[in-house]
Design a protein around this ligand. Sequence first.
Ligand code: ADP
Length: 269
Amino acid sequence: MLNTQKAVDASVIALNRGMAELQVLVILYDVTYLRQVEQMQLDFVGNVSHELKTPVTAISGFAETLLAGAKDDPKTLDQFLHIIYDESSRLTQLITDILTLSRPDSGQAQAKPVAVADLVAEALKSLQQPIADKQLQVKVAVPQDLTITTVPAKFSQVVRNLLNNAVFYNRQGGVVTVAAKADEKNLHLSVQDTGIGIAENDQERIFERFYRVDKARSRHNGGTGLGLAIVHDMVQQLGGEITLESQLGVGSTFKVTLPLADLPSFYKG
Ligand code: ADP
């Protein structure tokens, strides 16, 4: 009897010790997570400063050279003013993207029914010029009556950013295909291109903020390196998922799955 009691006491002590160890483990995990978040924030601020510096340095450098006398040559004046204008546009886009990523969701956004075909058509309209310049063929397979109840601004940003990349990273005379369909719960949207493709070792990092396979090419296309990070954030906020299939030199397909109506409770308003 006495022995049984001792065994029970020992088990209780072991259990308590086990619980204490468990608690210590939980706290350690928490600290590691907080450190990771802190490090990510520091990295982001570091990257932001670096990215902002590039256009600012160009703008002040070219303006200074003009003021020092280069403005007297009309050709140089025109050339430098164009550079200053392009760099200011880049700066504006960068600031817009940074604010989109770092602004906490205000919770004000209301979910509404959105016609997917209309939203795709609108996004393509703003890309008319680069599509014509590259002589791209655009194929759209989206049923006219397909609607999704979602946050329009966020969904639109996802579609616009994916289409933007499908155009800019495409080859001359290539094809962009947008397709959408629904099952009973989800919308399945895919944006496919016949462009440069993304190597396997880059694919897992492609949604990171400021990650670019080819910095010079991204810059040339007016990219900020934040487009896919924004897409990833928005898709997550809307309760969906995004995947990528890509082959170097063949092209890429981004596939987005979003709930047709069952949004995170945050947006039901
Ligand atoms: P960026 O402003 O540089 O385009 P993104 O976040 O949109 O930034 O994309 C990150 C990087 O992923 C790009 O710099 C590019 O290297 C690569 N990428 C994105 N979309 C495509 C695509 N459709 N085809 C090939 N590469 C792509």
